[in-house]
Design a protein. Structure first.
Length: 414
């Protein structure tokens, strides 16, 4: 069976390009794959862009349509039907489909399965496909796209519940639901990953009931230099790592509120990688690192990972932390619960109240070295046994087997 992935060129960033990069890495270890799997063409001339949709494209489209980042729309502008939100979503759609068009044209030409990675290209594929072709779609978003755009760019300080009723958010969520329902196969990394969509809009529930699941995998590049990242550390201080953006779904504000309740003399520091240092509160326990390129070296230099997402799919950074053999402090939501189920070394947080997060931080700050080592060992074993790129590739092949069987085709035997 010919399976053609539709998307931007694979490269080591977030979103679909990063996912395709890891899947292609897994495929490179298989000398005789039993399906003809094709990836978007590489683009060595295009400069690297920020993480892929919706995060990177959201930033690019926002600046293109509405000016510099200090501009803040009013609630009336955001809540007007056919207004700023609609313009932003149309801009995002245009940018995404432009990046994916070359691979889509190739897929429509001769693929049995047109494998898309977001609903904009999936909608076009559904319109262009032949009757004998199928359109599959992998979900990479953590919330419906329209809510993500308004929440992240428009009013990040708002509760998401107040935003889902905006007219354009409703309209575009209706559109997204329709695409989800029309693709031949909807794919998520794990059953837990659909939790945010069910929570935000119960209408996603019946669509998710028919979804397929393919657990992600990843491998960080070798660390640069001596494999360590320079972090200010006092002897005996344990270092936790917040690795991600300051997008509201990430819950950094909840972490900051929890840190305010901790004693300043606690033998703990929290490295914050990703957010601009100006967005990190001044506090004795915080170490603002800004953007970090050498993630592997950074992970080698800390003692545990902190993930306090409000919503969660199945984070690449958490997979990389298991590869590094780190204990994980995780909010028990979405794909974070899958890491616990898979046997990684997890300390789970039942909610994001300051007292709950602070208790988890204090536990990992004071846990004895033997117990920390045991948690880290569980994480590393989880990665080695289930979360490498080759594992992800093999699980993709199993999914293609299912598709071939349903279509009456026979997989090529190695």
């Amino acid at each position: 069976m010919i399976v053609a992935h539709v998307g931007p060129p694979p490269r080591r960033i977030g979103g679909p390009p990063g996912y395709l990069h890891q899947l292609q890495a897994g495929a490179s270890t298989d000398p005789q794959p039993r399906h003809d799997v094709r990836f978007p063409p590489a683009d060595g001339t295009r400069p690297a862009r920020p993480p892929s949709p919706p995060i990177g494209l959201l930033t690019r489209v926002r600046r293109k349509l509405f000016g510099p980042k200090f501009y803040r729309p009013t609630v009336s502008e955001l809540s007007r039907a056919g207004g700023l939100v609609d313009r932003m979503l149309r801009g995002i759609a245009a940018d995404i489909t432009a990046e994916s068009d070359e691979s889509l044209v190739r897929a429509v030409a001769d693929a049995d399965v047109i494998f898309t990675h977001e609903p904009f290209s999936a909608e076009i594929a559904l319109a262009r496909k032949r009757p004998d072709q199928q359109v599959w779609m992998m979900c990479h978003g953590v919330t419906p796209i329209a809510l993500y755009a308004v929440w992240s760019w428009g009013v990040p300080e708002a509760e998401w519940q107040s935003l889902v009723g905006y007219p354009d958010v409703r309209t575009w969520t209706d559109w997204e639901l329709d695409v989800w329902a029309r693709v031949d196969r909807l794919i998520l990394p794990c059953p837990e990953a659909g939790e945010s969509f069910r929570t935000i809009d119960p209408r996603f529930e019946p669509v998710l009931e028919g979804a397929s699941f393919v657990l992600s995998g990843a491998a960080a590049p070798p660390p640069s230099n001596d494999g360590r990242h320079p972090i200010v550390r006092v002897d005996g201080t344990r270092v936790g790592l917040y690795l991600g953006s300051a997008e509201p779904y990430r819950g950094f504000d909840a972490l900051a509120a929890a840190v305010e309740t901790l004693p300043a003399n606690l033998n703990l520091s929290i490295a914050v990688a990703g957010p601009h240092p100006g967005k990190v509160p001044t506090h004795p326990l915080f170490r603002a690192l800004g953007r970090v390129e050498d993630v592997a070296g950074l992970l080698a230099s800390v003692d545990f990972l902190v993930n306090v997402n409000r919503f969660n799919l199945f984070d690449l950074s958490t997979i990389e932390a298991t590869q590094a053999g780190k204990p994980l402090l995780l909010h028990a939501v979405g794909g974070n619960r899958a890491f616990d189920r898979l046997g990684a070394g997890c300390v789970m947080l039942n909610d994001l109240r300051p007292i709950t997060i602070a208790t988890g931080l204090m536990r990992l700050a004071t846990l004895d070295e033997q117990s920390m080592h045991a948690l880290g060992g569980k994480s590393r074993a989880c990665w080695e046994q289930q979360l490498t790129p080759r594992h992800m590739w093999d699980r993709h092949l199993e999914l293609y087997d299912q598709g071939a069987l349903a279509a009456g085709r026979t997989a090529k035997q190695p």
